[in-house]
Design a protein around this ligand. Structure first.
Ligand SMILES: [Zn+2]
Length: 286
């Protein structure tokens, strides 16, 4: 039977504090002076991870669908109820909250973690460091890193880790939060570490046409999508989108907000951030 991996993307779009300082110039379509929310990295990174895990034959449970800040209790309870084999939470670090020099990658485990969590943490940490070529800050206990028992690490019944792929208040590392290539590399690296932990073969992605609007849809289709989202979501964060035909982070998050607005369950037929016929049909009515 396939292993079940519970995947959590930390926080929500509006969670207090979890954001960069004002950015000094335009980055990936985000304007100078705006902030990047931690969720804008956590969410796509978790979705890339889920896509990679499925490709490698894992079952997945997204314990934080949508972009709102679900109670931590809901997250670990969902993983426990489903009897997930492991729990992974995706995050981005912060030091002072002002631009500074803290940098690198660390993976966090409960201070009470057993050997399985430690082993999983070491394997994922190694892959993330290799993929992102950032300083290896090592595996740390939650109580050491943040002074608390982190709920999703402490209350989960299975091996559980939390990854911090860089610092939100480091200019160079903050910039990559919105980079789809970086987000994807993060998901793939995390998946490789998980494969190593279970002794499952990592399967490379073969890009097939029709799979993802990001890679295959004509520019006009994405431009149309952006225009429709602008109509559908007046006054919402990120709206209006620039209708440039590029399916970047802002557009992806706007799609997620639209689904949340419609009350659609995102682990259902639309499967992560891929825009499917249901969304197209609904937007076409506008
Ligand atoms: Zn976080």
């Amino acid at each position: 039977m396939a292993y079940l991996v519970a995947v959590d993307s930390g926080h929500g779009m509006e969670t207090a504090g979890k954001r960069t300082p004002a950015i000094p110039e335009e980055w990936f379509g985000k304007k100078k002076g705006e902030v990047i929310h931690e969720k804008e990295f956590n969410k796509p990174a978790a979705e890339y991870l889920i896509a990679a895990l499925k490709r490698c034959g894992f079952q997945t449970l997204n314990v934080s669908p949508g972009t709102s800040d679900l109670p931590l209790t809901d997250r670990w309870k969902a993983a426990n109820a489903a009897k997930a084999d492991i729990f992974i939470s995706k995050h981005y670090n912060a030091s002072t909250g002002n631009w500074g020099n803290a940098h690198g990658i660390e993976t966090i485990i409960s201070q009470y973690a057993g050997e399985d969590s430690k082993n999983l943490a070491r394997l994922v940490q190694a892959e993330l460091v290799q993929a992102h070529k950032r300083e290896d800050r090592g595996v740390k206990a939650d109580i050491v890193q943040s002074g608390i028992n982190i709920a999703v690490l402490h209350n989960t019944n299975m091996p559980a880790i939390l990854t911090e792929s860089g610092f939100m208040d480091n200019l160079a590392e903050a910039k990559t939060m919105l980079d789809p290539e970086f987000q994807k590399a993060d998901g793939e690296a995390t998946c490789k570490g998980i494969c190593n932990y279970f002794g499952v073969k990592y399967v490379e992605e073969i890009l097939t046409p029709t799979k993802s609007i990001t890679k295959t849809s004509p520019k006009e289709a994405i431009t149309w999508l952006q225009q429709k989202l602008n109509t559908a979501l007046p006054g919402v964060t990120y709206i209006p989108l620039i209708a440039d035909g590029v399916f970047g982070t802002r557009t992806r998050i706007a799609v997620l907000i639209y689904w949340e607005f419609k009350g659609w369950k995102q682990d259902g037929k639309e499967d992560g951030w891929k825009v499917g016929p249901g969304t197209i049909k609904e937007l076409a009515r506008l």
